[in-house]
Design a protein around this ligand. Structure first.
Ligand SMILES: Nc1ncnc2c1ncn2[C@@H]1O[C@H](COP(=O)(O)OP(=O)(O)OP(=O)(O)O)[C@@H](O)[C@H]1O
Length: 613
C-alpha cells in the first residue's frame, strides 16, 4: 500500500499488550472464535449505521443494504472481514484499537487465571473482541472509512501485536471497515473456505445481516440464515436454534435454564425473546455489568437497556431482546424513560419472568435451586425495588433455616406449613455470616421450643427484611429485636433480688455502652446476648450502614442476661470489684457473638487475663 500518508507510530496502552499476550496463550485451543468476534464487531457497526441513518439518510450513500463479507487470499495467506457499517475516523481508530476503553476488559484481565478452559469461558463472557485476531495472525491491518466522510479520509491501521501500531491515511472508496489477518505459521486451516463457513454457521448463524463468502471463482455465497430468529414462528424453531442464538447473544457456554418467546399482537405489537441463564456472568454485581435486554424497533437494533427500563435491576440476569412494532425508530434514551408503551412491555415482561420462575420452582425444584444459587441474591433486591410484585417475589425466595442448614432451599410457604399451631410470626435472624447466625445465642430458646428460624446472612437480607414485613398474612419477625416471650409464664415472674442487684451493677459498669440491661427469655446455654428494640435497626444493619459511611444516630443495644446460667448465678453472689470486669466481658463476648468488632480489643484481652489470673 504505497499511497499511504501521514504515518504515525503509537504505543498500545499497557493493558492492551497484557491482554494480547494473555489471550494468545490462553485461547490458543479455541482460536476459531476470532471470526465470531470480528463478525460481531462488523454487525455492530452495521447496526449503528442503520440507527444513525435514521436521522441522517445520506450516511447510507448509495449502499443501504448492510452486509458482511469474508475474503480469502491463499497466495497472500490472508483472511479479511469486510463490512459496510459506520467505519471509523482517525481518532476513533486510535481510541478504539489502541486502548481498552471499557472497564469490563480490565476486570477480565484481573479475573484471568492459569486455567485455559476457564479463561476461554471468561473471554467469551467479556467478549474481548478485536484483539483476538492476533491469536491467529502475526500482522493485522484495518482499512476503514467513516460513513459520511470523503474517500480521502480513509485510515490504515497496522500492527504485529507487539507493543505498537502504525496509523496512516489511505483513501478508501467504500464506506466501512476491512480487517485483514495475515495468518501466522501453521494457521493455514483458516484459508479453507469450508472451515470458515462452518465456523460462521456455528457461531454467527443468527446475525441478522447476510454474511457472504467469496468463492474461488469469485461468486458470493451467503453463509448464514440472516434473519431475525425471534420473528420466526415458535413452531419452526428447535431447542438448538434457541441455544445457538442465546450463545451468540450472551457468549454463555451453558444453555439457558428457560426460554420465553412471545409474540404480542393487537393494538401494541411486539415480540420478546427472553432467556433465563443457568449460570451467573462475572459482572452480575458490577454497576456497569453488561446485563440487560436489547431493544429493537422493527428489526433495527436501537440500544442495550443499560438503564433497566425494559427489565428491572432485580431481574437483570434475564437476557434477550424486545422488538417493538410501535415505538418510533428514532426513540431516544430520554423517551424511553417516559413511555407508556415501554411501561407496558416492562410490566408484561416482568410477569412472564415471574411466571416462568414460579413454574420452575413448582415443577423442577432442583433446577430452581440451581437458579437460586446463581441469582438468588439478585432476586432478593426485588421486594425493595418492585413493591407491587413483592408478594410474588417473596414466594420465590429461598433461605437457610434451623430446619435446613445444608442448602438455602426453604421457601416461606414451606416455613408456614411447619409453623406451630399457636405460632404467630415467621421468625428470622440476620447476621454477618452463616456461621455467626447459625451459632447465635438468639436461637437457643427457639431450639428449646422447636420453633424454626430462617437464617439470613447476606448483606441484601437486611434490606429485604426492612421491606418484606409479612407473607401470606403472617408477619416476619426478627428474633434479635424487642422482648421475646416464647414462654409467657416465665417472663411474668419478677427476677430474684440478687439478679436485680446484679442487673443494676452491670448497668453501672457498662454505662452508655448499652441502653438497658435486663433478664433474657431467649437464652438457655449462653450467659448473655445483645438485642435491639423493636423498630430499631438491627445490630448488623447498623454496622453495615456505618461501614458505608452513613452517619447514624447512636443507638445502644440492650444487654440481656440469662439468670439460669452458672456464670450469672455466680456473679449474682459476688461482692468484690471484679464484677465490673465481668460485666464488660459479658458485653464484649456478646458483641463478638454477633459477629461484631470490639472498639478496644487490647483492653478486652487484658481484662480477660486479669480474670483468668
Ligand atoms: N468493524 C468495525 N467497524 C467499526 N468499528 C469497529 C469495528 N471493529 C471494532 N470497532 C470499534 O472498536 C471497538 C473495540 O472493539 P472490540 O471488539 O475490541 O470491543 P467491543 O466490540 O467494544 O466489545 P465486545 O467485543 O466485547 O462487544 C468497538 O467498540 C468499535 O468501536
Amino acid at each position: 500500500m504505497s499511497d499511504t500518508q501521514n504515518p504515525e507510530t503509537h504505543e498500545f496502552q499497557a493493558e492492551v499488550q497484557q491482554l494480547l499476550d494473555l489471550m494468545i496463550h490462553s485461547l490458543y485451543s479455541n482460536r476459531e472464535i476470532f471470526l465470531r468476534e470480528l463478525i460481531s464487531n462488523a454487525a455492530d457497526a452495521a447496526d449503528r449505521l442503520r440507527f444513525e441513518a435514521l436521522q441522517t439518510p445520506e450516511l447510507n450513500e448509495d449502499d443501504p443494504e448492510p452486509r458482511i463479507e469474508i475474503r480469502v487470499d491463499e497466495k497472500a495467506r490472508t483472511v479479511s472481514v469486510i463490512d459496510n457499517g459506520t467505519g471509523m475516523d482517525r481518532t476513533e481508530v486510535i481510541d478504539h484499537l489502541g486502548t481498552i476503553a471499557r472497564s469490563g476488559t480490565r476486570r477480565f484481565l484481573e479475573a484471568m487465571t492459569n486455567d485455559e478452559r476457564q479463561n476461554a469461558q471468561l473471554i467469551g463472557q467479556f467478549g474481548v473482541g478485536f484483539y483476538s485476531a492476533f491469536i491467529v495472525a502475526d500482522k493485522v491491518t484495518v482499512h476503514t472509512r467513516r460513513a459520511g466522510l470523503a474517500p480521502e479520509d480513509g485510515v490504515l491501521w497496522t500492527s504485529a501485536g507487539k507493543g505498537q501500531f502504525e496509523i496512516a491515511s489511505l483513501p478508501r472508496e467504500a464506506r466501512g471497515t476491512e480487517v485483514t489477518l495475515h495468518l501466522g505459521a501453521e494457521q493455514d486451516e483458516f484459508l479453507d473456505r469450508f472451515r470458515l463457513k462452518s465456523i460462521v454457521r456455528r457461531y454467527s448463524d443468527h446475525i441478522a445481516i447476510p454474511i457472504l463468502i467469496a468463492e474461488e471463482n469469485g461468486e458470493l455465497e451467503t453463509i448464514n440464515q440472516a434473519s431475525a430468529l425471534w420473528m420466526r414462528p415458535k413452531s419452526e424453531l428447535s431447542d438448538s436454534d434457541y441455544h445457538d442464538f442465546y450463545r451468540q447473544l450472551t457468549f454463555d457456554t451453558e444453555p439457558p435454564l428457560a426460554t420465553l418467546h412471545n409474540k404480542v399482537e393487537g393494538a401494541q405489537a411486539y415480540t420478546s425473546l427472553l432467556f433465563l441463564p443457568s449460570q451467573a456472568p462475572f459482572d452480575l454485581f458490577e454497576p456497569e455489568g453488561r446485563s440487560g435486554l436489547r431493544l429493537y424497533v422493527r428489526r433495527v437494533f436501537i440500544m442495550e437497556d443499560r438503564e433497566h427500563r425494559l427489565m428491572p435491576r432485580y431481574l437483570r440476569f434475564v437476557r434477550g431482546i424486545i422488538d417493538s412494532d410501535d415505538l418510533p425508530l428514532n426513540v431516544s434514551r430520554e423517551l424511553l424513560q417516559h413511555n407508556r408503551l415501554i411501561d407496558r412491555i416492562r410490566a408484561a415482561s416482568i410477569k412472564r419472568v415471574l411466571d416462568a420462575l414460579e413454574r420452575l420452582a413448582k415443577e423442577e425444584s432442583e433446577r430452581y435451586n440451581s437458579f437460586w444459587s446463581a441469582f438468588g441474591t439478585v432476586l432478593k433486591e426485588g421486594p425493595v425495588e418492585d413493591p407491587a410484585n413483592a408478594e410474588r417475589i417473596a414466594g420465590l425466595l429461598r433461605f437457610y433455616s434451623t430446619h435446613e442448614t445444608s442448602a438455602p432451599s426453604v421457601s416461606l410457604a414451606d416455613y408456614i406449613v411447619r409453623m406451630k399451631p399457636d405460632q404467630d410470626a415467621i421468625y428470622y435472624l440476620t447476621g454477618e455470616s452463616f456461621a455467626a447466625v447459625s451459632n447465635s445465642p438468639h436461637l437457643e430458646a427457639f431450639r428449646k421450643h422447636e420453633l424454626e428460624v430462617l437464617l439470613l446472612a447476606e448483606p441484601v437480607d437486611e434490606w429485604l427484611t426492612t421491606h418484606l414485613t409479612e407473607f401470606d398474612g403472617h408477619p416476619l419477625k426478627a428474633i434479635a429485636k424487642g422482648q421475646l416471650d416464647l414462654n409467657q409464664a416465665e417472663s411474668t415472674e419478677p427476677p430474684a433480688e440478687s439478679v436485680s442487684n446484679l442487673i443494676e451493677r452491670v448497668k453501672t459498669a457498662l454505662g452508655d455502652r448499652v441502653s438497658d440491661v435486663r433478664v433474657s427469655h431467649r437464652l438457655t446455654d449462653s450467659p448473655a446476648c445483645l438485642v435491639v428494640d423493636e423498630g430499631e435497626l438491627g445490630i448488623h444493619m447498623q454496622r453495615m450502614l456505618k461501614a458505608a459511611g452513613h452517619d447514624l444516630p447512636s443507638q445502644q443495644p440492650i444487654l440481656e442476661i440469662n439468670p439460669e446460667h452458672a456464670i450469672i448465678e455466680r456473679l449474682a453472689q459476688m461482692t468484690d470489684a471484679s464484677i465490673d470486669d465481668w460485666a464488660v466481658l459479658l458485653f464484649e463476648q456478646s458483641v463478638l457473638m454477633e459477629g461484631g468488632r470490639l472498639d478496644d480489643p487490647a483492653s478486652f484481652v487484658r481484662r480477660m487475663n486479669r480474670l483468668l489470673d
